[in-house]
Design a protein around this ligand. Structure first.
Ligand code: AMP
Length: 211
């Protein structure tokens, strides 16, 4: 199954991506995580991406698409995947659709996690991530950058909601509530709610640092 998880920063995308992918038995592929790993490893890609990430801006489409295309060509993605944080622009969405079509493939569904903006600001201002055993504020989570990231989401990413709705692929999921409840809503939208009853409690614990 090929699934895209869409939603603003702070909607719980990272947490849900891991859990839902675990239930579906496919890898969760997070472009944010891949970029952060490259920044940490001080690769050329990481150095290039860091400037945009620190500012709360999107990394240019050409760089991001090339990176995702490589990742999706890896063997573990053959049977499907759950994309977390990609696509983030209409151009990325079109490229993904065209690349899949060339391979005779298509997305099965797009889940949009819906949370109102006040709640997002509240969540993002408080979140921390574990680095070398210490809880720290993510560099792009300071209030100014948070506001900017939400603006970028509204302007560049939110239009994907209509793009996928027109393609008949979109399911909107109310993402307020307990982690388990949101997972259940998402799996129901995928017609895979049974997966949750079969293997209760699997999947990694939610990481509040990831969206
Ligand atoms: P995330 O962890 O998904 O919030 O991503 C962190 C940062 O990585 C974003 O604020 C962007 O700078 C960059 N990024 C992640 N995914 C993408 C994407 N699909 N397109 C462009 N930039 C991205």
């Amino acid at each position: 199954m090929r699934v895209v998880l869409l939603g603003p920063p702070g909607a719980g995308k990272g947490t849900q991506a891991q859990i839902i992918a675990g239930h579906l038995g496919v890898p969760a592929i997070s472009t944010g995580d891949i970029f952060r790993a490259n920044v940490g490893g001080q690769t050329d890609l990481g150095r290039e991406a860091k400037v945009y990430m620190d500012a709360g801006d999107l990394v240019p489409d050409a760089i991001t698409v090339a990176m995702v295309t490589d990742r999706l060509a890896e063997p573990d993605a053959k049977a499907g995947y759950l994309l977390d944080g990609f696509p983030r622009t209409i151009a990325q969405g079109e490229k993904l659709r065209d690349n899949l079509a060339e391979a005779g493939q298509a997305l099965d569904r797009v889940l949009e996690l819906v949370v109102d903006e006040d709640e997002l600001v509240r969540r993002l201002s408080g979140r921390r991530m574990l680095v070398d055993g210490e809880w720290v504020v993510r560099g792009d989570d300071d209030p100014e950058t948070v506001r900017h990231r939400l603006e970028v989401y509204r302007e560049q990413t939110a239009p994907l909601s209509g793009f996928y709705e027109r393609a008949g692929l979109l399911s909107r999921i109310d993402a307020i509530g307990e982690i388990d409840e949101v997972t259940r809503r998402a799996l129901e939208a995928l017609g895979a709610a049974d997966a949750m009853d079969d293997d209760p409690g699997d999947g990694p614990a939610g990481d509040p640092a990831e969206d």
